[in-house]
Design a protein around this ligand. Structure first.
Ligand SMILES: [Zn+2]
Ligand SMILES: [Zn+2]
Length: 134
């Protein structure tokens, strides 16, 4: 039996700390306009089941923003670090891979909403690309 992986994460200022227990998804890079506006570039996110995530510090510092009729985004109210993306009615939560201690071991998977990508960067040539989300 292998030990269940436990990953520790924190925002830039350390006001928010979290632990994820168990497997996490590979990183999906999203090039949609909302993610580009939110992050200033494009956003890559790992994900886990809701009940794998525990916010161990600073729950009250997390600010949720309703970014669409179907999803919300969260950031640290003190330093602005991008934390979570959560679609309504699902039991999975997406989060920034950069929050976690290195090496993260995540790896990158697909690039999505490539049709909406910005003109200020190129996609990696070997990237698995999806025009919209599938
Ligand atoms: Zn912070
Ligand atoms: Zn997006």
């Amino acid at each position: 039996m292998t030990a269940t992986p436990i990953r520790h994460g924190r925002c830039l200022c350390g006001a928010v700390e979290l632990i994820v227990t168990g497997p996490m998804r590979e990183v999906v890079a999203c090039h949609c306009k909302q993610c580009r506006q939110w992050t200033g570039y494009y956003w890559g996110a790992t994900a886990c089941p809701d009940d794998s995530l525990a916010v161990t510090k600073g729950e009250d510092r997390i600010v949720w923003y309703r970014s669409s009729e179907t999803a919300r985004r969260a950031f640290c109210g003190a330093c602005g670090s991008h934390l979570f993306w959560k679609m309504d009615g699902t039991s999975q939560i997406s989060m920034s891979p950069g929050l976690f201690e290195d090496p993260t071991g995540f790896g990158i998977g697909r690039h999505i909403f490539c049709a909406d990508k910005g003109d200020y960067y190129e996609l990696p040539e070997d990237a698995e690309q999806v025009a919209k989300y599938t």
